[in-house]
Design a protein around this ligand. Structure first.
Ligand SMILES: NC(=O)c1ccc[n+]([C@@H]2O[C@H](COP(=O)([O-])OP(=O)(O)OC[C@H]3O[C@@H](n4cnc5c(N)ncnc54)[C@H](OP(=O)(O)O)[C@@H]3O)[C@@H](O)[C@H]2O)c1
Length: 272
């Protein structure tokens, strides 16, 4: 079988926000989407959206979902690793467990999802891997070091993998959203140190949190990111790294050209 067009997609984190918008936009373009999440629901049922209950931290549920897709559709053309969460707090006083919580879903969950799909893609000689990372993979903010680190690790993995897969017909693209208004803000967890009223970071954390929550809640609609993902999946060859919306793209460019110390000075001024 020669696959040239993406027709069947496994998408993680499909129950809300960016994932739900992406599922809807892909389905409208005639693509069948298996929308996976722990809830196993979709915001708006649609003919080509198939809700699937899965946990990206559970290899068995990922493997059986991939097997189900291949048995029902005969092929799986792309995966969108979008499931994610966030934990907030200073590096000082954080526990291993808190750091692991962040890496578990955002990094290991995406890694396991990719691992579950790769044998199918290799057999087909075709596959598209999209990871939803964040501008915070390239732009670090105070008190969100764990989130930045997990997303930077996933971005690195995607780019290494894209080189490893050269000549296989499998391509990788990472989409780096800026602020998007979704349930992500309300679902954010806080480390024990972040909740300490006597923390030496208290005043700066309070100011910082107010700003990031305001930015997120007043951010882009999830459709902006969904459209960027759809555009990549419909291209003959995907870009390696995509920062949706011109203003965030410009920030990405600035990050590349500013001296590191200048960049951190500016971010600290704006965010703490
Ligand atoms: N919102 C932003 O400003 C922003 C900016 C940059 C990047 N991002 C990234 O965009 C992605 C989507 O986030 P969002 O903003 O759309 O937030 P969201 O509305 O909270 O969506 C997160 C999705 O991930 C799913 N999920 C969480 N843990 C999971 C697990 N272990 N297994 C399977 N599914 C899981 C959730 O569904 P269940 O709870 O049903 O499992 C939900 O569908 C995340 O990777 C996030 O880091 C968001």
């Amino acid at each position: 079988m020669v696959i040239k067009q993406v027709k069947v997609v496994l998408l993680t984190g499909g129950s809300s926000g960016i994932g739900a918008a992406t599922a809807r936009l892909l389905a409208e373009a005639g693509i069948t989407v298996y929308a996976g999440s722990r809830r196993g629901t979709v915001e708006k049922p649609a003919p080509r959206i198939i809700p699937v209950q899965l946990d990206v931290n559970d290899e068995t549920s990922l493997k059986s979902t991939v097997e189900r897709i291949v048995s029902e559709q005969g092929h799986l053309d792309a995966v969108v690793c979008n499931a994610g969460n966030g934990i907030y707090g200073p590096v000082e006083g954080a526990t291993d467990e808190e750091l692991r919580y962040q890496f578990e879903t955002c990094f290991f969950g995406s890694f396991k999802t990719i691992q579950a799909c790769l044998p199918v893609f290799r057999r087909q000689g075709f596959g598209r891997i999209v990871t939803v990372t964040s501008v915070m993979a390239i732009l670090q903010l105070p008190f969100q070091g764990f989130y930045s680190a997990a997303k930077a690790a996933l971005l690195s993995l995607s780019e290494s993998l894209s080189m490893e897969l050269k000549g296989t017909g499998i391509e990788c693209c990472s989409v780096l959203p800026g602020d998007v208004a979704t349930g992500f803000t309300a679902a954010r967890k806080f480390t024990v140190a972040a909740q300490d009223p006597g923390s030496p970071y208290r005043e700066r954390m309070d100011r910082n949190l107010k700003k990031i929550e305001k930015d997120e809640l007043g951010g882009m609609t999830p459709d902006v990111i969904g459209k960027a993902i759809r555009k990549q999946l419909m291209r003959k060859h995907m870009a390696i790294r995509v920062i949706p919306r011109i203003d965030y793209g410009a920030v990405g460019f600035l990050v590349r050209i500013l001296p590191e110390r200048g960049k951190l000075w500016l971010l600290d001024l704006l965010y703490s």
